[in-house]
Ligand binder design. Sequence first.
Ligand code: ATP
Length: 305
Amino acid sequence: MARKRSAIDFQFGECIGEGSYSKVYRGVSIHNHRTYAIKILSKSHIHRENKRKYVNIEKDTLNILGKHPGIVTLYYTFQDEKSLYFVIDFAKNGELLSLIRKMGSLSETLSKYYFVQLIDAVEFIHSKGIIHRDLKPENVLLNHEWKLMITDFGAAKILSQEEMANGRSMQPIDEAGREMSNQTSNGSFVGTAEYVSPELLKYNICGFECDLWALGCILYQFIVGRPPFKGQTEYLTFEKIISLDYSFPKNYFVPPQVEQVIRSLLVVEPEKRCNIEDLKRQPWLENIDWDNKDFIWRTKVPKLE
Ligand code: ATP
């Protein structure tokens, strides 16, 4: 078995990002010379902000998920007196959100390329009994080949064996979940409101279906350049979500088959929302050989436009 790693096994480079209780650095292993992203979390901050649960959930989910091309791999974790260290895949090309912003919106071809990868990764996550619960373009990173990797499992829910066996997918939000992580002590919502599902807002429940709702929002954003539900305030965004108040802009050409996929996902009742199996059979995705993982993950990225 490999020796346990520690900070001295890496040469630390520049800081590549900051979260609310973490800093992410580029780091090169002195053993295999591979570049990683090293997320450093301050123990005192985690303790002060009572974030231990979310840090553990992130670590546990990544350990359960292991290696999948569409999900960041957690290679090592270690700690010293002050900090926790997560050594993960380095996403050279940053967040998918930045790419959408830079390009305005994505072409149909590029949208399909990324949407297919998203579906394959989300299906894998669900197959392991995990609901991500915070899917959004900010939490999708791009590697050196511009292929995507889902990250940020701090709001995820890990279903028990029993819950999996019962086929239960509608999980009431518990204290490890999104509603706590995204609520301040005075109860106001923090974080990105735009991708939250109506059932979470109305009944505080979030099952596998809430990830499918988010996929609908993300596909809309690929094509239109902004999420479908966006009000002046969070409250107005929530109102729009609950009343399914969105439309396709007149000045954009939205291919009818893409619109069909978005409409099948943006369905208020979770039980009537398109599930992954049916999503894969939508006419827009008809030509995809879902069993051919090489096709999904090895095909070169189409022209970035
Ligand atoms: P918060 O904790 O506030 O929700 P966050 O989840 O974005 O923020 P981190 O996961 O610590 O926090 O990431 C901070 C930033 O570092 C991100 O915005 C992202 O741009 C960058 N980053 C995170 N992981 C990687 C990675 N594996 N490769 C490259 N950059 C990364």
